[in-house]
Design a binder for this molecule. Sequence first.
Ligand code: SF4
Ligand code: SF4
Length: 279
Amino acid sequence: MIVAVLSGKGGAGKTFAAVNLAVAAEKAVYIDCDVEEPNGRLFWRPQGVRERAVTTALPFFDPEKCTGCRACVDFCRFNALVYVKKAPMVFPEVCHACGGCALVCPAGAVGEQYREVGTLEEGDRGAVHVVTGVLRTGEVSAVPVIRAALEAGLSRREALTVIDSPPGSGCPVMESVREADFCLLVGEPTAFGLHNLAMVHDLCRLLGKPCGLVVNRETAPYAPLEDYCAREHLPILLRIPYRLQLARWGAEGVIAGEKDPEWKADFARLLRQMGGGAI
Ligand code: SF4
Ligand code: SF4
């Protein structure tokens, strides 16, 4: 089973839920797709980490062949090309490597080179294989690094794969949930939390994914969130109370399920509710 753990906003407790799910399963693959801020490795501290570069294609322009027609510049929807000094020039950080400029060039003047956009780290903590995508600072698109992380993690075909998705509800999130069998949403019982939760819930429904909710840092049931879940048929699978001890463990990079068997049992129950009973 592939479970994507999502939250409409950063800091909602997504990584807490994702690492504890993997601990509850005992044997799992954990993929950190929150590539702009991959925090999962701070909890796992994986051993034997191998690192490799993630590259993406980047066009280059042959001045001998280029006729200056500007078809490539007009085509690029990402505004990654400008025409200066009688030649197209590419802004690498904005280029989405779609390859369109090479296709439309009538002179065959566009070639392809590769550039590094991030790194992939793979290591192990006990029976959990940890894959971490790290986006290079300044890069606009996280998608190539997310794809590389998913490819590496999913190729292991483990009984449980937990995907720690990026925050928000944009393209990187879509990419990270595409292969998921279940979307586990993590939300906070606040107006802001609910607003962001509803956005990412909409996205998951659009993709036809079954969803469930973990309410994090709950002091008391928050009526607007309870109403939303009832109205939108979003089952609340786990409620995590607001506890100083959990905050301390989070700050120290301690995994609650490894420290306290009750938390491990709670997350094992959560796995079974999502359909991972055989794990
Ligand atoms: S590869 Fe695509 S995004 Fe990049 S410069 Fe060419 S058309 Fe633009
Ligand atoms: S489409 Fe080809 S020939 Fe035209 S400006 Fe671009 S690189 Fe040059």
